[in-house]
Design a protein around this ligand. Sequence first.
Ligand SMILES: Cc1ncc(COP(=O)(O)O)c(C=O)c1O
Length: 370
Amino acid sequence: MIKFAQPQLDEDTIQAVAGVLRSNWLATGPHVTAFEQALSHSFGGRPTRVVTSATGAIEIALQVCGIGAGDEVITSAQSFFSAMNMIVKVGATPVFVDCDLHTRAIDLAQVEAAITPRTRAIMPTHFPGALGDLDALYALARRHRLRVIEDAALVQGSYWNERPVGGFGDIATFSFHPNKNMTSIEGGAIVVASEDDAALVDLLRFHGIRRLPDDTRDVAVAAGKFNMSDVSAIIGLHQLRQLPAFLAQRAALADRYFQQLPALPGVVAPPRGVARQSWNMFNLLIPYERFGHTRQSFRAALQDRGVGTGMSYEACHQTSVGRGFGYTDGQFPHAERIARETVTLPLHVAMTSADVDLVCAAVAEVLPAQ
Ligand SMILES: Cc1ncc(COP(=O)(O)O)c(C=O)c1O
């Protein structure tokens, strides 16, 4: 069975985890600090904090920006649910716009048209293969004095011009879920532009606690608990050291997909050939009916041939929460087509190019040339 995603933990990492377990210091401690320093270095020295998930990082990012009731955040209808959910959770309103069909990047013309006096932030999601125009995004945000929270969960290691995502801009959030480019079991990071914002993250990730001069504690803001354990952090540290090798392997597998996938009518492949992009997922859009399939029957047929697949993503405005804000079908054609047609083929570092060939052969068999 070729799973669609799977983490790779080497023996050194497992031994290091055993060392932390034996040390009796399990919660946030020196390994969290070391992991944050190493991550910060990878983001050009920007202030970086780790938390328990990217979803938690997004919630904290919204709070760092002071976003709450009465505020609007413009976000893409095509994304994982975290952005929408956290906007709603802090009491704000998600304002959806469409995305590009190929890059899935948020449509900046629609963003500009959606800005109102209540708009406080733009929250784009980046996808593997190609980023949207981040210079244009930040120019737009500056013109309208808006904050930007980049959901970069899928693109750790991608570059915009000469800089890594997270290494510039306002706020970027990353995920270390086991399906991502590197893992800490569960976990996430938030990269900010100033030490003031980092100090706010410190409060917001741990009960809002501030130490007073007499060593008692004040609660400065009502906050949740999102601190990472040292067990997760030691895994993250080891994975970060291996990230360049992981990314190279992922890129080689994506290349192999581009070479080996059968040319099929109406099938949309990811953007190809953009320099220095990380490959977390390899998503196709498939008009299943043309091949006598539904997505479910296509995925089941691949599963029968030993190939696991994923689905990224449904359209946020078509979920019950999205519809609760008055959204209906037909408003965002690209996001909706992606939601209908997307399928994620296996891509992870334990795979070989021979595995990619097997997946491609299975796709060709299930979707015969017409
Ligand atoms: C684009 C995107 N954003 C956010 C998340 C949430 O990540 P986490 O599971 O670390 O909360 C995911 C997870 O799949 C994601 O794909």
